[in-house]
Design a binder for this molecule. Structure first.
Ligand SMILES: [Zn+2]
Ligand SMILES: [Zn+2]
Length: 761
């Protein structure tokens, strides 16, 4: 008999709303421990009393990974005087003010629920709304706090006796599962036409949908955070019809596949990519397409990449299995508008796009698009952080003094609410260009304020006066407002992710961001503290003839870099690109550039990619921002190539002269070298140039960690190249959970604002 002991065990990680407390309860009973388990602001606390050996065993079980979607990150044990109690209980939460924190993200269907919906003997057989404490919708169905059935859109569904017994039984997987439902008592499917006329219900709706999809129809399907448009991803005509109807030129569509094996047939998957596909967050994973795979070419035109994801609701599992083919599953929205959320909206906005709507009677409370991720340097990297992650907080190494709202950027917007040591990034909102998106933006902010119980005193925003997010910030009442430089915010978001308080050397490469001098930056090396930065190096600027227009008409950027690199004898007539441009237009733009008329300067590395991509692909236009840059990346697959020449100025901030790089690219093109080789040399040159700039900067400021941030670092070859050259000599940090692109800046804004205000007081 070992002596009696007592312990307070504090557990952090994903431990709330995922069935963690019932699991602790079962383990404690098994070990004959007394005490209790309860939710607290920062996680879950357990007080356990019993034999010392049994208490130790409980701690061991916690440190080994508990089952399902539970993710234990930290277990802190303190011993407390033993109490005689022999009973163990699940106690109510103690922090009246903080129960908001128990709201988890939406969770992919767990293996137990999946087995049940596929088992003809089980009462959940074929039921698309099966869930348990370890899986199912959470964030997207919650209307208020605390997270409980009455504050979700499950409220109208009254549990039948069998479901209620599961809900009440502490030994059951569905003990206190707020989403518990079965065919007798839960939500039901309906297939309707675009006029709202029902075509079929329940199981028949599912089989009719399978029939429609197999016949090449486009069906809008209600998911967790909004409607998807689904169609057969192997049929060229269907995919082309979807593209035409959605007015979407060339942006790739995501494809859902039944299983990891089905994904392997379509893409070359590394082990890390396969794991990311199967993770509980179920992101869309960007992968390299298998040559000769069976996907229609129209899924990702001209691209060698394909975004794949696995089913994450029982409805997806049932559909994919029945159709037996990969399905395009793309957010259902007309171009540039937010994802559709309810039936009336979907019927109205998807007229002319979808042939039918597969819907159900459980409402979506908050829109939430799919998350998008890729593997970089062997680690998952989120490009879009949304469904499956929101509202899971980012833990801050140093808490904020006042609650803060970070309003985010303009493109790919997300916002951030922070209080204490938690920062909550909101769902992906998108480009703030349409009224509909702005409405969603404001609504999403106020909804998250309610759900995480933060009413921000401070508002942080971008310096760009033209961003809708800046205008929103300036119009909103707040005790204090802080404007934050775009790339400073990028760097600080990466620091936050790694718990760094600075200083660091930030390498921030992106398309465009407003600089403190009123010009566009985007190739910046910043000596960075939380409350400020010093610009140590940048790229030679590029003129954008016609301003924003050049971002689509990328040939204008190519022309600008050529004229800059060659002065008057640029070999324009010898390059295939310019034969695709009308001579009159070419003349006008050339004049704009030489006379400096409406041709603002920008330093974005993304723009240099646009220029080189346009030349390599002989492609005058991009159908969306950054397209040509991404296509250029994809070509760079060769072994490490010899760098083009470049030079770095001595005055501060140092400037990278990119003209020799452009001349090198053109010389290779005129010599008939392959575009793959040229793209490879170009990206590898940027690696060398970045390393040279970093070394020069560190000579000025001394040794410190280096963070790589900004959307350009979605380019795996560039990020991995810089990492390989500089580590382990230096500490080089990449983004992982927080996007390196503009979807991550709101977090940086929040922390900069907090630091600036501390400095003022
Ligand atoms: Zn489950
Ligand atoms: Zn039931």
């Amino acid at each position: 008999m070992s002596a009696r002991a007592g312990a307070r065990i504090e557990v952090r990680g994903v431990v709330q709303g995922v069935g963690f407390r019932p699991w602790v309860y079962r383990v404690a009973r098994e070990l004959r421990l007394g005490g209790s388990v309860f939710n607290q602001a920062r996680g879950v606390t357990i007080e356990a009393f019993g034999r010392a050996g049994a208490v130790d065993q409980l701690v061991q079980r916690l440190r080994g990974q508990p089952p399902g979607n539970i993710r234990v990150r930290e277990v802190a044990v303190t011993s407390i005087p033993p109490e005689p109690t022999k009973t163990f209980s699940i106690a109510p939460s103690t922090d009246g003010d903080q129960w908001a924190l128990s709201l988890p993200p939406d969770l992919a269907t767990c293996p137990y629920c999946l087995a049940e919906i596929l088992d003809p003997e089980d009462r959940h057989f074929g039921y698309p709304f099966t869930s348990c404490t370890a899986c199912g919708p959470r964030f997207t169905i919650t209307t208020g706090i605390p997270y409980d059935r009455p504050t979700t859109t499950m409220a109208p569904f009254v549990m039948c006796d069998v479901c209620q017994r599961e809900y009440d039984d502490v030994g059951d997987r569905r003990f206190h599962a707020q989403t518990n439902a079965c065919p007798d008592c839960g939500p039901q499917l309906t297939l309707v036409d675009l006029a709202g006329q029902p075509m079929a219900t329940a199981g028949a709706a599912l089989s009719k949908t399978v029939e429609l999809l197999s016949d090449g129809a486009i069906v809008a399907i209600k998911g967790l955070g909004g409607f998807h448009l689904a169609c057969d991803a192997t049929r060229e005509d269907t995919v082309a019809a979807l593209r035409a109807r959605k007015h979407r030129d060339e942006k790739p569509f995501a494809v859902m596949v039944t299983s990891p094996a089905a994904a392997q047939a379509l893409a070359v998957l590394s082990h890390a990519e396969a794991r990311l596909l199967e993770s509980a967050e179920r992101p869309i994973v960007l992968t390299r397409a298998q040559t000769g795979g069976r996907l229609a070419a129209g899924v990702a035109p001209g691209s060698q990449r394909v975004g794949l994801f696995l089913p994450y609701t029982p409805l997806h599992h049932l559909l994919l299995r029945a159709v037996g083919r990969p399905l395009v599953m793309t957010s259902a929205n007309p171009a540039d508008e937010p994802i559709c959320r309810d039936d009336a909206e979907a019927r109205h906005r998807l007229r002319g796009i979808a042939d039918a709507l597969l819907t159900h009677d459980r409402e979506i409370a908050t829109r939430c698009d799919d998350s998008v991720a890729a593997v970089i340097a062997g680690q998952p990297s989120l490009f879009r952080r949304s469904r499956g992650h929101v509202p899971h907080p980012i833990a801050l190494a140093r808490g904020v003094e006042h609650s803060v709202l970070g309003c985010g950027a303009h493109l790919k917007n997300t916002f951030c609410l922070a209080s204490g040591d938690s920062a909550y990034l909101g769902p992906h909102v998108g480009d703030l260009d349409s009224i509909a998106t702005l409405d969603f933006y404001e609504l999403a902010i106020s909804r998250l304020e309610t759900l995480v119980h933060i009413h921000p005193e401070v508002v942080a925003h971008d310096l760009h006066p033209g961003y809708a997010s800046t205008r929103y910030a300036l119009a909103r009442p707040a005790a204090a407002k802080v404007g934050v430089q775009h790339h400073h915010a990028h760097v600080v978001s990466a620091m936050a992710e790694h718990g760094l308080s600075g200083p660091v050397l930030g390498v921030a490469y992106d398309g465009t961001g407003w600089g403190t001098d009123g010009t566009a930056w985007g190739g910046e090396l910043l000596f960075t503290r939380l409350d400020g930065f010093e610009r140590l190096a940048t790229f030679r600027p590029i003129r954008l003839a016609g301003g924003e227009r050049a971002i689509r008409d990328v040939w204008r950027i190519a022309l600008a870099v050529l004229l800059d690199a060659y002065a008057d004898d640029a070999p324009i007539g010898e390059l295939a690109l310019f034969s695709a441009v009308a001579p009159q237009e070419l003349r006008v733009v050339r004049q704009m550039l030489s006379r400096d008329l409406n041709a603002p300067q920008a330093r974005g590395v993304g723009r240099l990619f646009d220029a080189v991509g346009s030349l390599l692909l002989s492609r005058p236009t991009a159908s969306y921002e950054g397209q040509v840059a991404v296509l250029c990346d994809e070509l760079a697959v060769g072994p490490r190539a010899v760098s083009y020449p470049f030079s770095l100025s001595n005055e501060m901030p140092r400037e990278l002269d990119t003209r020799p790089i452009v001349r090198g690219v053109v010389a290779d093109l005129l010599a008939g070298r392959s575009r793959e080789l040229i793209a490879t040399r170009f990206v590898d040159t940027l690696v060398s140039a970045t390393v040279a700039m970093v070394r020069a900067a560190l000579r000025e400021v001394g040794r410190m960690p280096i963070v790589l941030t900004g959307g350009v670092f979605q380019n795996a070859r560039l990020a991995e190249g810089v990492l390989a050259e500089l580590s382990p000599e230096f500490d080089v940090l990449l983004h992982s959970e927080v996007p390196c692109g503009d979807g991550g800046v709101a977090l940086g804004q929040v922390l900069v604002a907090d630091a600036v205000l501390r400095g003022r007081s």
